[in-house]
Design a binder for this molecule. Structure first.
Ligand SMILES: Nc1ncnc2c1ncn2[C@@H]1O[C@H](COP(=O)(O)OP(=O)(O)OP(=O)(O)O)[C@@H](O)[C@H]1O
Ligand SMILES: Nc1nc2c(c(=O)[nH]1)N[C@H]1C(S)=C(S)[C@@H](COP(=O)(O)O)O[C@H]1N2
Length: 180
């Protein structure tokens, strides 16, 4: 673990037909970036991307980002049951392994706020040393979902051989087993 890179590369991908066409302002990408900048205290490079809904559009972007060295990829939107909601299919096209606990816990936290949280097929997967976490498109879902699971993200990245990240314990108390 001593070889870990110290500047984490984080990519945020907004999946939305209308935001990608400029028909409404993307609030999800900036919201996720603001959340991360308020929580991650170690050096971090954050890039934002917007793609239209679609299995190929999303999978192509995820492959490019993961294979280009992103440690963490947050994907917002397209997790529901509508015909154009194909983010989970794209994520599984590029995934090597699923971490289903992320989706379970994010849905559990969201269900305390809105009954339609059950409609989201959000999950997390790995591709190489990239962790990909999907969250619903509603900008309000970002804090709910990331607050619920982010304590496990730094150690997950450690185990995967990705960059080391530290968090502000007043916001998110990252859990690492003793001595790690
Ligand atoms: N990235 C975003 N920025 C701002 N608002 C968003 C974003 N994604 C979703 N929303 C809001 O949440 C609502 C429901 O999200 P949902 O993903 O179901 O949208 P959608 O109708 O599928 O959008 P689109 O057609 O753009 O893909 C949207 O109508 C919009 O008001
Ligand atoms: N925390 C939270 N989770 C949520 C929501 C929300 O508003 N807040 N919206 C739900 C709704 S209405 C849908 S359809 C699904 C999928 O949304 P997506 O297709 O934008 O990803 O997420 C669900 N999860």
């Amino acid at each position: 673990m001593s070889e870990q890179r110290l500047t984490a590369r984080i990519a945020i991908v907004t999946v939305s037909d209308r935001a990608s066409r400029g028909e409404y302002e993307d609030k999800g990408g900036p919201g996720a970036e603001e959340w991360l900048r308020g929580v991650v205290t170690s050096p971090v490079q954050i890039d934002r991307h917007i793609v239209p809904d679609g299995r190929d559009t999303v999978a192509t972007k995820l492959r490019e980002l993961a294979d280009g060295g992103a440690d963490l990829i947050l994907v917002t939107g397209g997790t529901g049951p509508a015909p154009r909601d194909l983010t989970p299919e794209a994520v599984f096209d590029v995934a090597e392994r699923e971490l289903p606990g992320f989706g379970e816990e994010m849905r559990r936290a969201s269900l305390a706020e809105v009954p339609t949280a059950i409609l989201s097929r959000q999950t997390a997967v790995t591709r190489g040393a990239s962790l990909i976490i999907t969250i619903p498109g509603k900008p309000a879902a970002i804090a709910t979902c990331l607050d619920a699971v982010f304590a496990a993200v730094p150690y997950c990245l450690d185990l995967m051989g990705a960059a080391r990240i530290e968090t502000d314990p007043a916001r998110i108390k990252a859990f690492r087993p003793k001595g790690k």
